[in-house]
Design a protein around this ligand. Structure first.
Ligand code: NAD
Length: 287
């Protein structure tokens, strides 16, 4: 996919905002759509700061950063996504709202447009069944933060065409990222079948008072050599997202191992979702 077309991003939260930035700085015209003005405003700040950081590091000039930002059209109207050659969906990790969004996009987009999804775990085949173009639906699973992480997981659905996989790979490559295709549509794909067990184990060790969350994070970083501890990572991802992913994988696999830890549920019920709410397992300064 040449960096001359128009890319839509539906949902401008933690992930969508980063994907909007990536698409804009890769030369695309971007339509950034979210259901709420508050989320769009947060994303505008995120993208401005992100582009500025890249300019500071010499990736492009301040003028180019401004030009990238100006290529983004911010909107709450899904209809504005109409002329996109592809839309990347990045809304809440729940099946029903995603399928509703997929049906709306299918009714709106040109027949040859692709619908990509940033889902962390949900069946691509199931989401594509809400459209009349299952062959043009595919996963593009970015990692957080999208402008920084190097790889993007490309889970294909049962009916995803080879051409769509190639278009997804070309788009991701044009973003300067490494596409890695997942050949089977399994719950959690590859990345979250590694990541979620780590978060689940950390929560269980904490619940059993085996060690403090600080010490668990410290051991994982300083002992195992991971760049970030499981509680820090959970806060970074969003504990609501982590809970949705473990719940989905648990239900789909009918595997009790993935039963979401009580402490994760409690944090979400208390509204402590991580960085985005100023506190999760740890507290954070909010701007
Ligand atoms: N957070 C992560 O680290 C991470 C990593 C990889 C993938 N993902 C996946 O990316 C997706 C988004 O996650 P997130 O962390 O950005 O969530 P988030 O809660 O930060 O953002 C979701 C955004 O979607 C908007 N939204 C919800 N329903 C909508 C609708 N019907 N139409 C338009 N906008 C709508 C919300 O207003 C919000 O701004 C999920 O599928 C998640 O599993 C998340």
């Amino acid at each position: 996919m040449e960096a001359t077309g128009r890319i839509g991003v539906l949902g401008t939260g933690t992930m969508g905002a980063g994907i909007v930035q990536l698409a804009a700085q890769s030369g695309y015209e971007v339509v950034a759509c979210d259901a709420t003005v508050e989320s769009l405003e947060r994303a505008q700040v995120y993208v401005r700061q992100g582009l500025s950081r890249f300019a500071d590091r010499g990736a492009f000039s301040e003028d180019e950063a401004a030009a990238h930002y100006d290529r983004i059209h911010w909107t709450t109207l899904v209809d504005d996504l109409k002329d996109s050659e592809a839309v990347i969906e990045a809304i809440v990790e729940k099946v029903a709202p995603k399928k509703e969004a997929f049906a709306a996009l299918d009714a709106l987009l040109a027949p040859d447009a692709c619908i990509f999804t940033n889902t962390s775990s949900i069946s691509i085949t199931d989401l594509s069944s809400a459209t009349g173009r299952p062959e043009r639906v595919c996963g593009t699973h970015f990692f957080t933060p999208p402008p920084v992480r190097e790889a993007v997981e490309i889970p294909r659905g049962l009916l995803t065409s080879e051409e769509t996989v190639e278009r997804a790979k070309a788009l991701i490559t044009s973003f300067g990222k490494l596409p890695i295709v997942v050949q089977k549509d399994v719950p959690g794909f590859v990345a979250n079948r590694f990541l979620m067990p780590m978060i689940i184990e950390a929560c269980r060790l904490l619940e059993e008072d085996v060690a403090s969350k600080e010490d668990i994070d410290l051991l994982v970083k300083k002992g195992l050599g991971f760049p970030i501890g499981p509680f820090e990572l959970g806060d970074f991802i969003g504990l609501d997202v982590a809970l949705d992913v473990t719940t989905y994988v648990h239900d789909e696999l009918d595997e009790s191992y993935y039963n979401p830890p009580r402490i994760l549920k409690e944090m979400v019920r208390a509204g402590r979702l991580g960085h985005k709410t100023g506190g999760g397992f740890y507290d954070y300064d909010v701007d």
